[in-house]
Design a protein around this ligand. Sequence first.
Ligand code: TRP
Length: 345
Amino acid sequence: MTFTQRVFSGIQPSGDLHLGNYLGAIRRFVPLQDTHETIYCVVDMHAITVWQEPNALRRATREVAAAFIAAGIDPKRSIIFNQSQVVQHAELAWVFNCIARMGWMARMTQFKDKAGKNSENVSLGLFAYPSLMAADILLYKGTHVPVGDDQKQHLELTRDIAAKFNNDYAAAIAEQGLGVDGEFFPITEPLIAGPATRIMSLRDGTKKMSKSDPSEQSRISLLDDADAIAKKIRKATTDPAELPLMVDGLKDRPEADNLVGIYAALSDKTKPEVLAEFGGQGWGRFKPALADLAVSVLAPMSEQMRRLLDDPETIDAVLRDGAARASVIAEQTMAEVRSIIGFIR
Ligand code: TRP
């Protein structure tokens, strides 16, 4: 027996999705629908580890759901839902809080980065964040998780939590016949996006494209219309040199490297293929081509997102339907976990 091949991934509803979220994550979720069971979650409980204004949280949750749908995730073939509607996430996270060790959590670089010098004053939830993330994945016995580079450490922690649970409760798992080759939770495989999908700021090629950059010009929002997309690309910072003939020539030219990378990602080509076409040419040729390409891929998506957001009832119905389907799997796992642990029901 083996575990069902099941993909789980989550995106935080923290507002203003941009090109980096699309190319680095959401777009990669789409083809997995052909090969795996796929569950895509808007992780609203993770979002509140830092303050979220309630109306903004509602809107951002719908925005992620709309982006999933507009990108081609089919709510019939995949499960799309928001985390807080399936209460078992919180329940399993508590169990994992009692499995994970303080020392494991204290090593998380994302926590250290986010807390900074302020670690006495951040929420307890921010510290326990990776435990909830492990619960998200393992509640569905997820075998594969597509994430960006920055989530690698959290996935390793998920594997450590699964292994420790399997080991601590090995006797109960065997007694109750609940394991697959002795394992109750699978040891999840990360599907890490390569550096090619790391999208940088349009103003500064050394900084990641980010919603917290004060300059709107630094990012392409997934809600930008065709005009805004084209304008931002035309105004993107570049060096004066023409495009190199080989990828080697992109070294130490972060802005050029980024724009070539965006062209490659949007056209499903490699950087060498893009340079075979544009190498030796100036920005006056390349930027309009990139603007046209970006508009042709992104504008229809942003239009559909805006249409969906004008009709929140439809989005909410998709999330409710997804949550109902997710709950069936989640409750099955949780019932087994309760009985393994020794909780009476
Ligand atoms: N921590 C992830 C991020 O910030 C979001 C997330 C929450 C997630 N739960 C998850 C990703 C489960 C993958 C699987 O990007």
